[in-house]
Design a protein around this ligand. Structure first.
Ligand code: UTP
Ligand code: MN
Length: 543
């Protein structure tokens, strides 16, 4: 697939925009800044050396696998309606840059200066420095798990360094290339140096000990944080099975998280995410025509897998979205696809715009009305995403114990401190099928099947974590940025707003603390414009 960067040098702004539009119309991915996804560069420059300089690259090695082409190739491709094969006449001169590139990369000169904040640069999923970033993110994870949950400073330092390396437009080959880069502290430098010299880092290898492995397994359970995981290890537990057998929790997330651990730790793929979106969209549109619904989170950033599906909803007519979520959940429950979940009321008020929010490692809490829960989808949906879901839902409901998850245990729907759900358990007997009737008889009562027993049933569905978020339209584009993430991108753009602009950014809006006013946005691009930032595409926010 072609991912095109058109270098702006020597091209008038208007023409550049026209070129981008023309390419996008032909389904070619066009990016605005250089990143590792780029496969083709089109330029008015005559030789590679000038391109290397414009891109502020250390040398031309980075461009080895990229087609650097003249505008002639672009014009031919636009005429053909698709990228044409590269011919001699499309190439630009390479001699000068090749001659200059005489193994001089360790000269100590580093011409690359990255902007300080991740919101000022592109950070793509694919990049040149995975072996370093993987190591740094193990250090980050270890710090998150070891340190007190309130002190995330060590973890964040590793993450910031990793994020810088992800933005580098070349593979790191010498320490001198780090010279002008911010956010890479001495500890990170030691790790990088060792990897450069030995191909691996001893500290990182040693960190991944028994304790670390167990902590990772336990904290991957829905509802379990590092404090509980540490207690389990102190008790001598090392497997999920031990926790399933020995832990009694009043938290619905933990009960379901433990029971459906295998399902929930199988990554959600893109087809499944689209399938879930399709179900939610159909029901939501029936309730509220004109609804705007968007998958956010990792999938919007171009990831092919995730741990959950995040869906953000709004309606362009202010106020129409009120009450939507409860009705939507009722319908999903009628379909028999909700296993458990919790509806949180909106806690938003205008002062949230100016109040200090936490920019912690745990992420960014907001005040939207939302539902966090677990639904069931057929195993088969990822093989055949185009399948009409109404058909597949009958597959599901014919194999589950009962129509809804609520009756399994009322507290699975809402925790005591939170508002009870508007949706009530329906007439369960109606949705019981033969298999579950048999089960019911065996158990004596229909209400006694536990999440664990449910998980053990022979079933043709899989449990998936879903977050449904509802935003008023005037906050929607800020919510979209916040829920697209990633977390590190949010941290950076919020810090940038605060430190550089004296503005407070959250998923609810942007507030100018000097002028004492909120800045509205009617598109995601306007969110960036309001902060004087170049637009960063969702897939460039993988910090
Ligand atoms: P996720 O935790 O789902 O992250 O939150 P993700 O990037 O999609 O990761 P995977 O692919 O599921 O594993 C999605 C985004 O929503 C924001 C997070 O900061 C993240 O960027 N978020 C999450 C909030 O703004 N508020 C929350 O309460 C939770
Ligand atoms: Mn997600």
């Amino acid at each position: 697939m072609v991912c095109l960067l058109i270098l702006p040098s020597k091209i008038q702004k208007r023409r550049l925009e026209d070129m981008k539009t023309a390419a996008r119309k032909r389904n070619i991915t066009v990016v605005d800044s250089f990143c590792s996804s780029v496969t083709h560069i089109v330029t008015e420059h005559e030789n590679l050396d000038q391109v290397v300089k414009t891109l502020k690259l250390a040398d031309s090695g980075t461009l080895d696998k990229i087609q650097v082409l003249s505008v002639a190739w672009f014009t031919d491709s636009m005429k053909a309606g698709a990228p044409v094969p590269v011919e001699e006449k499309h190439m630009i001169k390479r001699e000068k840059a090749d001659r200059d590139n005489g193994g001089n990369e360790n000269s100590g000169r580093n011409p690359l200066i990255l902007p300080e904040y991740a919101c000022q640069r592109a950070t793509c999923l694919k990049h040149f420095n995975h072996k370093f970033t993987k190591a740094l993110e193990i250090l980050q994870k270890h710090a998150e798990l070891r340190d007190n949950e309130r002190d995330s400073s060590r973890a964040l330092a590793f993450r910031r360094a990793s994020c810088v390396l992800k933005s580098l437009p070349f593979p790191l080959t010498s320490m001198s290339q780090l010279k002008n880069l911010t956010n890479i502290g001495d500890h990170c430098k030691r790790v990088i140096q060792e990897i450069l010299e030995d191909g691996e880092c001893r500290e990182v290898n040693e960190l991944q000990d028994d304790w670390f492995q167990k902590m990772v397994v336990f904290t991957n359970i829905f509802g379990i944080g590092s404090a509980t995981a540490k207690k389990w290890i102190e008790k001598g537990w090392s497997t999920i099975k031990e926790a399933q057998e020995g832990y009694i929790s009043s938290d619905w997330r933990v009960r379901w998280g433990l029971a459906f651990h295998t399902d929930l730790n199988t990554p959600v793929n893109l087809q499944e995410a689209q399938y879930i979106q399709q179900i939610v969209r159909k029901e939501a549109e029936t309730i509220l025509p004109g609804i705007i619904l968007q998958i956010t989170g990792g999938f919007r950033r171009g990831k092919e897998e995730g741990h959950d599906v995040d869906i953000l909803m709004t309606h362009p007519e202010e106020g129409k979205e009120v009450g939507l979520l409860a009705r939507l959940l009722q319908r999903l429950q009628n379909k028999g696809i909700i296993l458990c979940g919790n509806l949180e009321k909106s806690t938003y008020s205008d002062e949230m715009l100016t109040l200090d929010s936490k920019l912690s490692a745990k992420g960014q809490l907001d005040h939207f009305e939302k539902w966090l829960g677990i639904i069931k989808i057929p195993h088969s949906c990822s093989e055949n995403p185009a399948m009409d879901y109404s058909g597949s839902l009958s597959i599901i409901s014919s194999c589950v114990h009962k129509g809804t998850g609520c009756s399994v245990d009322n507290s699975t729907c809402c925790t005591a401190s939170e508002q009870p759900l508007n949706y009530q358990p329906l007439n369960l007997d109606e949705s019981l099928d033969l298999e579950s009737k048999a089960k019911k008889q065996k158990l004596g009562t229909e209400n006694e099947i536990s999440p664990m027993e449910l998980a053990k049933l022979d079933r043709n569905w899989i449990a998936r974590r879903v977050d449904l978020i509802v935003s008023p339209y005037d906050q929607y584009f800020y919510a979209l940025v916040g829920w697209t993430g990633n977390k590190q991108f949010n941290r950076d753009i919020r810090t940038y707003a605060q430190r550089e602009l004296g503005m407070k950014l959250s998923s609810h809006g942007l507030y100018d603390l000097n002028k004492n006013c909120a800045l509205p946005a009617r598109s995601e691009k306007e969110v960036f414009q309001n902060m004087k930032l170049q637009y960063i595409e969702p897939w460039e926010r993988n910090c």
